[in-house]
Design a protein around this ligand. Structure first.
Ligand code: PMT
Length: 220
């Protein structure tokens, strides 16, 4: 039906930050609130999709009846939750701010204060989106790109190297865009070379634009 263009489709959305434990009381994380990803999950569900939301630690949540939420903490847990659902998915939108590095060893007891400097060795986390791009079959894959500089160059590099169908660029250089705001300002780049820039809008309205672009791309 016209008003449920994604009826019968299954979508996975990642949202929020991950946290990477240092010891039982400390962690490494970032400023993501999950608002952008939750708005996308709701817009996809409004369009009729059955949505699996994989959500990092945040007080934000959704009670939309079309959304099933799975809570995770770490990049590894997000990787496992997404991978387990991937073969059933038609659409994946990766809006989460996943930690790129984690402590190589997690201390099982609280690290005590001692020397003037403390060094923590970090190792790479799994790149969830890259792994999906390498293993995709029918799925339409949408990534995000968040940068502070060289935004377009980095966004196009991620679109290409992670084998995405579309990438959503947002920049911390734009006032009112990015982490935690109720607004965002995006440019969409798709694999066919189409580029669409939008003004600053509420994250709900941004999510509508992204979902409209997904629907158009499905029929392209
Ligand atoms: O949550 P809000 O407060 O509403 O803020 C929204 C947002 C700024 C977090 C969101 O709009 C956004 O930009 N999300 C992506 C943030 C990010 O980590 O971007 P990136 O350019 O570092 O990552 C590129 C892509 O790879 C992203 O789709 C990311 O989900 C994915 N990724 C990154 C690292 C990793 N190990 N695995 C991944 O899948």
């Amino acid at each position: 039906p016209v008003n449920k263009p994604l009826g019968g489709k299954t979508a996975i959305v990642t949202a929020g930050p991950t946290i990477e434990h240092i010891d039982p009381v400390r962690y490494i994380s970032n400023h993501s609130s999950g608002k952008m990803g939750i708005a996308i999950a709701e817009a996809l569900a409004d369009a009729g999709a059955n949505v699996q939301l994989v959500l990092g630690p945040t007080p934000q949540q959704t009670s939309h009846p079309g959304i099933t939420t799975t809570r995770i903490q770490t990049a590894q847990e997000m990787f496992e939750a997404v991978t387990a659902r991937f073969s059933q998915a038609d659409i994946v939108v990766a809006a989460a701010a996943v930690a790129d590095y984690r402590p190589a060893n997690v201390a099982d007891k609280k690290i005590k204060k001692g020397e003037a400097q403390l060094h923590i060795d970090l190792e790479k986390t799994p790149d969830i989106l890259r792994s999906l791009g390498d293993n995709k079959t029918q799925q339409l894959l949408v990534g995000f790109s968040l940068e502070t500089n060289n935004e377009k160059e980095y966004a196009l590099k991620k679109l290409r190297e992670k084998h995405l169908d579309m990438i959503v660029m947002n920049s911390l250089a734009d006032a009112g865009a990015g982490f935690n705001y109720d607004t965002n300002k995006i440019t969409l780049f798709d694999k066919n070379g189409r580029e669409q820039s939008f003004p600053l809008k509420s994250k709900q309205a941004v999510a509508q634009d992204i979902v409209s672009a997904i629907i158009e791309l499905q029929h392209a």
